[in-house]
Every structure is written in C-alpha cells, then in structure tokens.
Design a protein around this ligand. Structure first.
Ligand code: HSE
Length: 372
C-alpha cells in the first residue's frame, strides 16, 4: 500500500481541530505522511504528531501543494477559490477533500457521507473523480438520522424545522453567545435571589439588557442568548435562505436521486452550542406501520440511537447537551401525526462538527487509503 502525503489546511479552526482530535484518537496519522499547511505561519512549529514535531509549510506554495497526494482543507471557501482551480489547471491530480461549500454543487465533485452514500462515493472514485466535498452540516445530520427512510425510498416530501447550534456560524459566534449569556445573567443578578423581586421586574431588566446597544453583537448582529434567529445565511430567491435551499439540493446530490425528493423548511439559529436539532415532518409514499418505520431508521447504520418516544428518554437522550461530542445520531419523537396515516414526525439531533463536518472528511481519507 502506497503511503500517501496528505496536506492539512485550516487544521487549527473549529472543524480542523475536531478533525485533528478524531484523527489522533483513531490513530489515522500512523498510516500517512502528514504535512501541515498555514496561510500565515509558514516556518513556525506545527502540531506534534506521534511524538514528532512538524514545521508548517506555506499553504499557497504551489511546489509544496503539487507534491501532495491528498489535500484536506477546513480553511474555508476563500482558500478553495484561490487554490483549487489553479492547481487543477496546473495538472495536479491529487485528491481534494474539502469542508467548504465552494465545490459542492459542481459536476466534478461527489459529496461525502459514506454511511449513507458509500456507493455513490465508490462510483465517483472509480470514475476518476478526485474532488470529495463534505456536505452542509444540517443536511448531513438530517440524512444520517433518517438514512433508513431515504434508502428505502419511502419519503414523498420532508419539511425540516431546524434548531441550529451557534458553532455552525463559527467560533467567534460561540464566544459571542457565551458573552451575551454572561451579560444577560448578570443583568438581573441582584434580583435572582431576592424572594420579593417580581418576575415582571426581572423580565424588564433582562429584556432591557437584551435590547441594549451594550450587548455584544459584533458577529451575530442581534441577541442570540434568550432569543432565536429565524434566518441563516443569505437569501437565494422567493424568501428562501441559502441554508434552506441546501436541504433539497444537497440531499438529492448526496443520494444521487433520479426522482428528487422534495424537501424544504425553515432554518433557525438557537442558543445551543454544537449540535443541530431538527423537527422533521414527512409525508410517506404509503401508510407504513410505526414498528417498520422504527426498524428502518435504527438499522440504517451503527450510529443511530433510536430514542423511545417517552418524556424521560426524550429529555435525557434527545438533546444537544446529550449528543454533543459524540458520534451518536439521536432520533426520537417518531410518531404518526393525527393529520393522516402517511404523515410522520421525527426529532433528530447530531453534532454538527462531527458528522456535520469533520467525520466524513477523515473517513474519505480512509476510503482513499484503502483503495491504494
Ligand atoms: N451552515 C451551517 C450553519 C454550518 O450555519 O449552521 C454547517 O455547514
């Protein structure tokens, strides 16, 4: 088996750090020669890998990049725009594994979510495709959770309402949520332990603070603590946001559907930290018994945790706090809606930095290595 030279760009960012952590814990670095790339710190010490210190290489240096078999980038779309086309035009024929959205919808790329679309990935690699791109985190966590229903082709349409964690917006947004929480908590600090303080006066003091220009809002632009923001990313058209547009576009590309599944819903940012949750309403193609539906969902792959639809199990297992930092995809609240026997509802939770971003990338590298 050929030992591959693998370059990592953006390994210190939020997705990059999770990728590094996962690769370390799975001992992935032992099978490759890792080269760490930096857009600003070339020549400085890089991470220590298996006890060996590394030196950062210039992420813009074509000679260095041309010498790599694989480039994994978590650096963002601007880096991809600057480097990818240029490298390909110059004849570089390595594997480009990317977390950013820039190349996702190109015909020359395949989307990565191998527990769901391993066949599409294999077919793409066999046809010589070398741009392997991670999908949107909301789409990936939704598909990982309902893979059994999509694979059995029983969904006529799906309507996700999302509850997206602040980490999806970026590291600075996570800090800003925590800063806001601190300011807002302190706003009524003197009253919280005062039994004579009325809720009306606590609420007024906190609401005034939430609306005050002194609230830190540099990154979100609005309060996110004690609030929800029902718009993510830019508008595409007709009042649909780009995050909402991705649901149908990327799902159908991941699955390679001939007859696209209709998917649309409302994407909402909430004050959770790193797991995206979604309430998904579906119309099934036929009336399927609930037991059969549950069996399709839970047998799709090993990471599904089907949570029984009880109050206790739901509140213990089907929350961002329970799921964050794990590879588990929690699926619960599975029930037929009273609207009619083909209408199904489910609530799903997945860590947007793991299955939503880093994990499909490290698994793509493994797939490539195993094909050498
Ligand atoms: N666009 C996602 C979000 C990030 O804003 O939550 C993950 O692709």
């Amino acid at each position: 088996m050929k030992r591959l030279r693998v370059g990592f760009a953006g390994y210190r960012g939020m997705v990059g750090s999770v990728l590094m952590e996962r690769m370390r814990s799975e001992n992935d670095f032992s099978g490759i020669d890792a080269v760490f790339l930096s857009t600003s710190k070339a020549g400085q010490p890089g991470p220590v890998i298996n006890g060996q210190t590394t030196v950062l290489e210039d992420a813009y240096n074509r000679d260095i990049l041309n010498n790599l078999d694989v480039i994994i980038t978590c650096q963002g779309s601007n880096y991809t725009k600057k480097i990818h086309a240029d490298l390909r035009t110059g004849g570089w024929n390595g594997y480009w594994i990317d977390a950013a959205s820039e190349l996702r919808m190109k015909d020359s790329s395949v989307l990565l979510l191998d527990p769901v679309n391993r066949e599409q990935i294999n077919a793409a690699l066999s046809s010589g495709m070398k741009d392997l791109i991670g999908a949107n985190c909301t789409v990936s966590t939704m598909l990982m959770s309902l893979a059994g229903l999509f694979k059995n082709d029983v969904i006529e349409w799906a309507n996700p309402s999302t509850y997206q964690a602040v980490s999806g917006a970026g590291a600075k947004h996570v800090i800003e949520l925590l800063q806001q929480m601190k300011v807002v908590g302190l706003a009524a600090d003197d009253m919280l332990n005062d039994p004579s303080a009325s809720l009306a006066s606590i609420d007024k003091q906190v609401s005034d603070q939430l609306r005050s220009p002194s609230l830190p809002t540099e990154f979100f632009g609005y309060p996110i603590a004690g609030n929800i923001l029902p718009w993510i990313d830019k508008e595409v058209r007709g009042g649909q946001s780009r995050e909402e547009w991705k649901a149908a576009a990327e799902t159908n590309k991941i699955l390679g559907t001939k007859q696209p599944v209709a998917i649309d819903g409302t994407c909402v940012r909430v004050g959770s930290l790193r797991s995206h949750a979604q309430a998904v309403t579906m119309k099934l193609k036929r009336d399927i018994p609930l037991e059969e539906i549950e069996s399709m969902i839970s047998s799709a792959h090993e990471w599904v945790n089907l949570v029984s639809n009880t109050r206790e199990a739901t509140l213990e297992q089907l929350t961002p706090v329970a799921v964050s930092g794990t590879l588990q995809i929690a699926v619960g609240r599975v029930r037929k809606l009273s609207i009619g026997p083909e209408y199904l509802s489910a609530f799903v939770v997945g860590d947007q930095l793991l299955w939503g971003a880093a994990e499909p990338l490290r698994r793509a590298l493994k797939i490539i290595i195993n094909r050498q």
